[in-house]
Design a protein around this ligand. Structure first.
Ligand code: SF4
Length: 199
């Protein structure tokens, strides 16, 4: 399982299923800008600095979690890894990148045997780093998402739409049709409820 799956699921389980179960993918202005912002971090490179080493596009794995992936940037200070994930635009309310970053930290801990307590999301719109602490709740959430994604892929399940403020910037709106599908789900739930009440 690749760690990008986790970000998709953490943002919206239906988005994850549409991409990874139904193989639907569409670009929009947000994904195109995101690809552009990732370009430098996509090229493998090692940079030696006075305060440590910087690896770009570093392959990651965790045998324990069954994860593979790639970190945009990992800084090593005294051999302690500090992962950094590039995010297009400014910090958002639905910041699914924290789960993805924490999964990278779990991979790095297994790969290096060193504790990884913090990392950062780098928001290209504001040129700012948002430090992320890999505390027990975030680690637990990340492991929960890993389990949920695995179940979704195994069961080939496509959940109903979230139909909230995550939808306008989502590139899959056209294939997802959150309004129409949500209305259909609500009607079906209402019909089930009436049917059960009359029994
Ligand atoms: S449009 Fe909304 S419900 Fe549909 S995949 Fe995107 S975020 Fe999820």
């Amino acid at each position: 399982m690749r760690n990008r799956l986790l970000e998709h699921y953490a943002y919206c389980p239906r988005q994850c299923a549409l991409i990874h179960v139904e193989q639907s993918y569409e670009e929009n202005v947000y994904t195109l800008r995101g690809n552009r912002d990732h370009r430098r971090a996509d090229e493998p490179e090692t940079e030696l600095r006075d305060d440590g080493r910087v690896e770009r596009a570093l392959p990651l794995y965790s045998e324990e979690l069954g994860l593979t992936g790639r970190a945009d940037v990992v800084e090593f200070h005294d051999d302690a890894p500090f992962p950094i994930e590039y995010k297009h635009g400014e910090q958002r309310r639905h910041d699914s990148g924290r789960i993805q970053l924490c999964a990278q930290a779990l991979c790095l801990e297994e790969m290096t045997g060193r504790a990884v307590s913090t990392g950062a999301l780098y928001h290209t719109g504001s040129n700012r780093r948002q430090e992320v602490t890999f505390d027990p709740p975030l680690r637990a959430d990340t492991r929960e998402v890993i389990g949920a994604v695995r179940a979704q892929l195994r069961e080939q399940r496509v959940p109903p739409p979230v139909n909230d403020d995550r939808c306008p910037p989502c590139s899959l709106q056209r294939v997802c049709m959150p309004d129409a599908v949500d209305a259909e789900h609500r009607q079906r739930r209402e019909a089930d409820r009436l049917f059960t009440a009359e029994e």
